[in-house]
Design a protein around this ligand. Structure first.
Ligand SMILES: Cc1cc2nc3c(=O)[nH]c(=O)nc-3n(C[C@H](O)[C@H](O)[C@H](O)COP(=O)(O)O)c2cc1C
Length: 310
């Protein structure tokens, strides 16, 4: 059966994946630990931890809380910084067959541009994923991804600084995700990924205080799957670039739901914390589903659940 997908069809080189299963940023570190546990080369692509210009220690504890069917996190983009990533990690990625996409986050449009420039042409880096779910300090901390204009500005700046394919990762914490999706596609995004975490909180009734040190955090896991699926369905119907579905995917059938909603590929995140082999199990589940359904090319299922009017 053919599981291969293309994430940057507008480009000459493209961003071909041998199958549609990717890892979600921040839940797979930079792939080095997982590579010791299973054959990560079987995956479609690895997405790195969110990377910033300078190293970051992240937020103080508590920064994780378990919730029914999910978890809240406020890691605060703890990472080694782009310089160490290029020096110490990318040379290992360059020995892998599986493409690695670097997830980047900036506090200003210019920082995104500089990150893109630094990563351009680095062996081992096959693409960029822009985390626009972070605050733009230049406009009072509003998330880039909450404003179509800011989101488009980041996308345009990055595209000017890199020859790599660019995936823009959208935040669900908006009223109209389609407006943001349209703006970044118009700005030249090769593909979109959605969704990032949904803002939430938890309170410890014994201490009468919020559980997380930053009060609010990002909800992920199966609890957000219906939201993610709805947004993928809406966005895939509105844009003509590949959409990567993400949010609560745990099984092959979860992934197939996203593909039927219009996703070309999927990312597996929180599920990895309960089962480090979850991305592989999702891939095996997809293979089983196709076999049982008598489908020999995954592309036949993309958008299968959409009606003509959508
Ligand atoms: C602990 C943790 C850290 C994350 N770090 C990042 C990050 O650095 N950059 C990013 O774009 N998304 C980050 N995410 C969001 C995930 O990549 C994903 O979009 C989200 O968790 C929804 O998918 P899931 O339900 O499969 O986890 C993080 C999520 C978790 C749970």
């Amino acid at each position: 059966m053919n599981l291969a997908v293309e994430l940057a069809p507008r480009r000459k080189q493209g961003l071909p994946l041998r199958n549609p299963v990717m890892t979600a940023s921040g839940t797979f570190s930079n792939g080095l630990e997982a590579a010791k546990v299973f054959d990560i080369q079987r995956l479609g692509a690895i997405v790195s931890k969110g990377t910033t210009l300078r190293p970051r220690a992240g937020n103080p504890q508590m920064r994780i809380a378990e919730t029914p069917s999910g978890m809240l996190n406020t890691i605060g983009l703890q990472n080694v910084g782009v310089e160490a990533l290029i020096r110490d990690v990318a040379p290992i990625w360059a020995t892998w067959q599986t493409p690695v996409i670097v997830n980047i986050a900036g506090e200003t449009v210019e920082e995104f541009g500089e990150l893109a420039a630094r990563l351009d042409g680095v062996p081992g880096v096959s693409g960029l994923e822009l985390n626009i779910s972070c605050p733009n300090v230049a406009v009072g901390g509003m998330l880039f991804g909450q404003d179509p204009e800011q989101a488009a500005a980041v996308t345009k700046t990055v595209l000017r600084k890199t020859t790599l394919p660019v995936i823009v990762k959208l935040t669900p914490n908006v009223t109209d995700i389609v407006a943001v999706a349209r703006a970044v596609v118009e700005a030249g995004a090769d593909a979109l990924c959605l969704i990032n975490t949904v803002q939430g909180m938890a309170i410890d009734v014994r201490t009468r205080r919020p559980v997380l040190s930053t009060v609010f955090g990002g909800l992920s896991g199966p609890a957000i799957k219906p939201i993610a699926l709805r947004m993928v369905y809406q966005v895939a119907s509105a844009v003509d670039v590949p959409v990567v579905g993400c949010g609560g995917i745990r099984t092959g059938e979860d992934a197939i739901e996203f593909i039927m909603a219009g996703a070309t590929a999927v990312e597996v995140g929180t599920a990895t914390f309960a089962d480090p082999l979850a991305p592989l199990h999702v891939l095996e589940g997809i293979e089983r589903f196709l076999e049982q359904a008598g489908v020999d090319d995954i592309s036949e299922l993309v958008g299968a659940a959409r009606t003509k009017d959508d």
